[in-house]
Write a protein that binds this ligand. Structure first.
Ligand SMILES: [Zn+2]
Ligand SMILES: [Zn+2]
Length: 196
């Protein structure tokens, strides 16, 4: 049995609805779940192999996308959210009871991704399953799963499984996101004009 990449990926991708305008994410607590309401679809949704992202039990990857922070609001049991690692760039707000990460937020205004919150669409339980949320677009930080104990000899198969689903694999973020980070840095350093 091949290891799970992620439940939203293992059995093929379910396409999102491009006109989808948001939904509710709930933590895994069977009663009184923490609830976050998104007033927008996610963008740049992707599988991530880094060690910081919250993953379902047994999965090698997380699935994580972004929404503008002003489109996200905590609508139930905000008191049960706690930041997992206050020293991390992304402040991941997790339920203190079940451990699910409801959202990650960047508070450093200088960061290229300031203004975007990171969310896991598998927590959407709005009666439409994963609803119309954008399906994963690529796989990022793939080699990082080795750092968490995955055997290097299995990497070709992991990348192959992503490719068969039409997802490109990267060992950092995708080129458009890496370009966005570099552009932000160049503007800050004065190497590029502000309107580049
Ligand atoms: Zn919970
Ligand atoms: Zn990650």
């Amino acid at each position: 049995m091949a290891p799970s990449l992620h439940p939203l990926i293992d059995n093929g991708l379910v396409k999102g609805d491009p006109s989808f305008s948001g939904g509710v994410l709930r933590c895994l607590c069977p009663s009184d779940p923490v609830e976050v309401t998104l007033a927008s679809n996610v963008a740049h949704n992707h599988a991530c192999g880094c060690s910081k992202c919250w993953k379902p039990q047994g999965a090698l990857f997380s699935v994580v996308g972004v929404v503008p922070r002003d489109k996200l609001s905590v609508t139930a049991h905000a008191d049960r959210l706690q930041v997992v690692d206050p020293s991390a760039t992304i402040q991941r707000h997790a339920c203190t009871r079940c451990g699910a990460h409801l959202y990650g937020r960047i508070e450093n205004k200088e960061h290229p991704f300031y203004g975007l919150d990171f969310v896991h669409t598998e927590l959407a339980k709005d009666g439409k399953g994963r609803g119309g949320f954008q399906e994963p677009q690529f796989a990022a930080f793939v080699s990082s799963i080795i750092e968490q104990g995955f055997p290097p000899s299995g990497m070709a198969e992991v990348r192959d499984r992503f490719h068969k689903l039409g997802l490109e694999t990267y060992d950092a973020l995708s080129p458009p996101l890496m370009d966005a980070i570099a552009t932000h840095t160049a503007k800050k350093n004065g190497k590029l004009p502000q309107d580049a």
